[in-house]
Write a protein that binds this ligand. Structure first.
Ligand SMILES: Cc1ncc(COP(=O)(O)O)c(C=O)c1O
Ligand SMILES: [Zn+2]
Length: 411
């Protein structure tokens, strides 16, 4: 592939809307001609990718290194290789026996963001950048802080004040990021950090950054490798809509390489108080109408103006998937069911994907014969306050056997 300067590279940055291409060395987040999103376009014909090479390597983001843009030794904390669990009890209850959860909470900082950050922070170094930044509903900041620490560079993170789960703030602080709490919602914080990065040369690592999504696409690769085939449907919670777009993009590459022969139906789940993508799909709109005051207990997906909406709508529509919304009560009920019936501890946003499958199965949208993979995106410990609020407090007793037996109601 030749860029405008005649330099040969394995990939370029291409606009999803007008198709204009940019050199991979340019620091650019949106198309200069039309303002739309960019994606990393590989020259698949010139890449030497062999299935056998992937199969020999351990399950991890870097198993798929030929389909990633990083050419330097990566900044890694050993991300990916997360478990794929069969949800035997929940699957049976909701009538989808082949229901699986890919537990992205088992990544180094407890969410799927680590897949994006290992690539994103590596790209920052590859491109010669020395400070990284993001706005975040929490997990992005935790992950960026950890990867910046590993890389030995400073990180600036902007959080919506009072709307970030405790565990995530704790991580960002402990890993040494410069944490700024913005009196406004996530969408405002994202606008601010974009302005900061453009005016002061910090490297922006929100999911508008096309390199970050390259790491996240490996969720789909791993799920297929673990299942031994393509699931009928992949279901993800949707906030900024980066993850669903990333997984779809990766699978399209596998299709082009003829490593798979079909795409799963990409299905996005949002919280009822924060569901612009669901409305766009339901109403057949060409683009999402932002929500001014998004609200949900699942703070990770409390986003009114998803920056990757354009890619996500394409992912859902091109694959015959759908989008559905779930209430906060449905999210919390599924968080408890995953924890208590399957032993899987996730944060509320993650439970949204499985709650969405339940709803779609009840409505007859998901066929009982489908093999469905839900991506559960973050760990239970991310948001301990929401957990504690739902649980009976521990029973406190005197330190003697009699008190213990009476607390356990046995004689
Ligand atoms: C736990 C969790 N789930 C889901 C999402 C939504 O992902 P995306 O913004 O890529 O749609 C996020 C984003 O912060 C998250 O932290
Ligand atoms: Zn363009």
């Amino acid at each position: 592939m030749c860029d405008e300067d005649g330099i040969i590279s394995m990939y370029r940055l291409t606009c999803v809307h007008c198709g204009r291409s940019y050199s991979p060395d340019e620091i650019i987040y949106t198309c200069r001609s039309c303002g739309h999103l960019l994606f990393v376009e590989y020259d698949l014909g010139s890449l030497h990718i062999r299935r056998e090479d992937w199969d020999r390597r351990p399950l991890s983001v870097w198993r798929y290194r030929e389909l990633l843009p990083v050419t330097i030794p990566p900044v890694t904390l050993q991300e990916g290789g997360t478990p794929l669990y069969r949800l035997e009890r929940i699957g049976e209850e909701i009538g989808i026996p082949n229901l699986y959860a890919k537990h992205e909470g088992m990544n180094p900082t407890g969410s799927f963001k680590d897949r994006g950050m290992t690539v994103g922070v590596s790209m920052a170094l590859q491109l010669g950048k020395s400070t990284v930044a993001c706005a975040s509903t929490g997990n992005t900041s935790a992950s960026l802080a950890a990867y910046a620490a590993k890389a030995g560079i400073p990180a600036v993170v902007l959080l919506p004040a009072g709307k970030v789960a405790l565990g995530k703030v704790a991580q960002a602080l402990m890993h040494g990021a410069n944490v700024i709490s913005v009196r406004g919602n996530f969408d405002t914080a994202l606008e601010m950090v974009q302005d900061l990065c453009i005016s002061h040369g910090l490297y922006l690592l929100n999911s508008i950054n096309p390199f970050r999504l390259e790491g996240q696409k490996t969720i789909g690769f791993e799920a297929i490798d673990q299942l031994g085939g393509v699931p009928d449907r992949i279901v993800l919670p949707v906030g900024n809509a980066g993850n669903i777009s990333a997984v779809h993009k990766g699978l399209r590459e596998l299709l082009a390489l003829e490593f798979i022969d079909r795409l799963p139906m990409m299905t996005g789940i949002q919280a009822e108080g924060s569901s612009p993508v669901v409305r766009a799909i339901r109403d057949g709109l060409p683009e999402v109408i932002p929500e001014q005051r998004p609200e949900t207990i699942a703070t990770a997906i409390r986003i009114g103006a998803p920056v990757n909406a354009e890619k996500a709508l394409t992912a859902i529509r091109q694959t015959g998937g759908t989008a559905e919304q779930v209430t906060d009560d449905e999210i919390l009920a599924m968080q408890r069911a995953l924890a208590q019936r399957e032993g899987i501890g996730v944060e509320p946003a993650s439970a949204a994907s499985v709650a969405g499958v339940k709803k779609l199965a009840e409505a007859g949208v998901i066929d009982p014969g489908e093999r469905v993979v839900c991506v559960v995106t973050g760990h239970l410990l991310k948001d301990p306050e929401t957990v504690i609020r739902q649980c009976k407090p521990p029973t406190e007793i005197n330190a003697d056997l009699h008190s213990l037996l009476s607390a356990l109601q046995c004689s």
